[in-house]
Design a protein around this ligand. Sequence first.
Ligand SMILES: N[C@@H](CCC[C@H](N)C(=O)O)C(=O)O
Length: 259
Amino acid sequence: MTIDFSKYQGTGNDFVMIDDRAGTFPVQDQALVAHLCHRRFGIGADGLILLRNDPDYDFRMIYFNADGAEGSMCGNGGRCIVRFAHDLGVFDDKTRFIAVDGEHEADVSKEVVSLKMNEVTGMDVHPDYAFLNTGSPHVVKFTEDLETMDVVAEGRPIRYSEPFAPGGTNVNYAQVIDEQSLFVRTYERGVEDETYSCGTGVTAAALSAHRQYGMSSPIAIRTLGGMLRVAFTAQDDGSFTDIYLIGPAQRVFGGQVEK
Ligand SMILES: N[C@@H](CCC[C@H](N)C(=O)O)C(=O)O
C-alpha cells in the first residue's frame, strides 16, 4: 500500500500531512505513525495530521505526536492543516474546522495563517512556574539567558514530574525581550525533545506573560524556527478569550511512501 503525503512546517514545527477524506488511514497503527515521523527511517516530522471530512465543518483535524499516539491540540499543526486545506481547495480565505479540543476558525492571508484558539479559563500560578491548558497542557517558566539553556535537560524531568502525572506536560521557557515581545523555547511531550516552535506553548507563554508581567496583546514571540504573534482579550474574571495564534505555515514537499 502506498501513502500520499505532504510535508508542512510552521515556524519549524513540522508535520506529515495526509489527505484522508476517504477515511482509509489506519489510525490505530501507532507504529506506522511513529515510523512515518522518524527522522532516519521515515519522512521525518514532529507529528502527523490527518485531514478528514466532517458533516458540520470544512474538515476535521486528527493529530498524532511523533511517538505515534493521538495528541491533544497542536497550534502550529492547526495552522499547517489550514494551509493544507487551502492548498487542496477546501476553502477560499476563511475556514471553520473541528479538532480534538473543539471548533476552530482560521483565515489565510498570503503566507500567514491566523488560527483562533479555544478560550483559556484557568491558570495555576506558582512561585516559579505557571501551568495552563491552551488545548494542550503547558508549564511556563520565565528565565534569563534562554539562548544558552539546555532545554531538554531542564524540561524533561518536569515533563514527567509528579504534579503533572499521569498525562505529563509540555515545558516552555520564556524570556522577556521587551514590553511587547518574548523569546520562547519548548520541550514537547510526545516528541520528547525540544522542537523549533510550539503553537500552544507560545500561546501559554503569552497569556502567562500578561498575567505575570502585565504584557498586553498582541505579543510577538521569537522561536527557534521564526516569529509568531499571539493576540488575546483578558477578561476581568481571569479568563482569556479571542485568542489568535498568527504566523507563517508552508508546504515543504510531497511524495509517496510504502507502508
Ligand atoms: N507542537 C504543538 C503541540 C502539540 C501537543 C503536544 N506535543 C502534546 O501532545 O502535548 C503545537 O504547536 O501546539
